[in-house]
Design a protein around this ligand. Sequence first.
Ligand code: NAD
Ligand code: DAU
Length: 363
Amino acid sequence: MQQDNRKPRRILITGGAGFIGSNFVHHWCNSYQGDRVVVLDALTYAGNKANLASLENNSDLRFVQGDICDRTLIDHLLESENIDTVAHLAAESHVDRSIIGPGAFVQTNMVGTFTLLEAFRQRWNKREQPNDRFLHVSTDEVYGSLEANDPAFTETTPYTPNSPYSASKAGSDHLARAYFHTYGMPTMITNCSNNYGPYHFPEKLIPLMCINILLGKPLPVYGDGQNIRDWLYVEDHCRALDVVIHQGQPGETYNVGGNNEVKNIDLVEQLCSLMDELAPDLPITPAKNLITFVKDRAGHDRRYAIDASKIKRELGWTPQETVAAGLRHTVEWYLANRDWWQPLLSDEYKNYYDQVYAEPNLS
Ligand code: NAD
Ligand code: DAU
């Protein structure tokens, strides 16, 4: 969203060392040189400073390691950096981890969002600047699960979150909405479908499958593999967040999606074919021989689909990447960046993996 007479922003990006957050930091720094960009990230298991390594010498960018639940720190950053825009992406984000340990999800996603909203409210009360914005980045999972022939989620679909993750995100969405309704604070919410692309932590479906193919490990497909997700290339999501910050209406919610519904098993087979084609010396070929159906995820949502017509109609955003091209880029990225993902297969990751994929033939 390049604008000739655009006023520079001073933006706080929470979760900027995570998957979407770091892609968004790259997007913002490339698009708006001269803006002040402050990244706040606790560097949990999912946060990785290496995601921002190529921006290390960018003097517009400051990285702060810290927790969004730390009110003193947030107050200090908002004041000392004179922040006018918050893009809030910090979260516990993985459904399987929320099933094993929901407490961290309530703490970060609900208490953390509340802490940020309160700190911004105090500042907003003093400033009330017309360009101030608080963008709360959320998920389509708050809308629950669709049957095969149901229409896609719109912004007015009732919330029916089914996992501790989506319930904690729903709680934070309600808070963000209430801060506009009650206090007039310029909050906006985006609810996006499944992202994929570079810097995606290995626990999620697409990177997990790519990495397991390269290691010759089983590809664990939950249940019957017929669950459907609506996949969006991460850069398209970043462009949507950008357009909402610049052109979105305070108090509004925007659904963001790729219009790319794919069954899990079909997606995994596509990844196998791409790896067969692109990866030299795979331990097992064809890679699809590694596909293993495993016990289903508890409460597994069957289908997500996003109706993104509002953001298209009102803000002119549409996705630019096709799934075929986006998956190819993604597979190429994981092939070229073994040094990025190999260190992430830590003891913590192995412990997590053993808990979720407990069947003995899978590790
Ligand atoms: P991620 O797990 O890759 O990254 C989350 C980041 O937040 C990490 O860098 C982590 O260190 C940081 N973090 C966690 N707890 C924190 C805390 N208490 N204080 C400060 N930082 C903390 O997540 P992601 O996939 O990049 O998702 C980013 C946001 O987008 C989340 O709000 C998620 O709900 C939402 N979202 C994700 C997807 C998706 O497909 N990944 C789709 C729609 C919406
Ligand atoms: O819809 C948006 C959401 O997408 C985001 O809010 C979440 O943060 C993000 O993690 C993602 O949630 P999902 O649960 O849909 O993504 P995940 O990659 O974990 O799983 C995608 C699908 O693949 C889902 O139906 C479960 C299935 N799956 C996943 C893993 C990790 C498997 O079959 N096997 C696996 O090993």
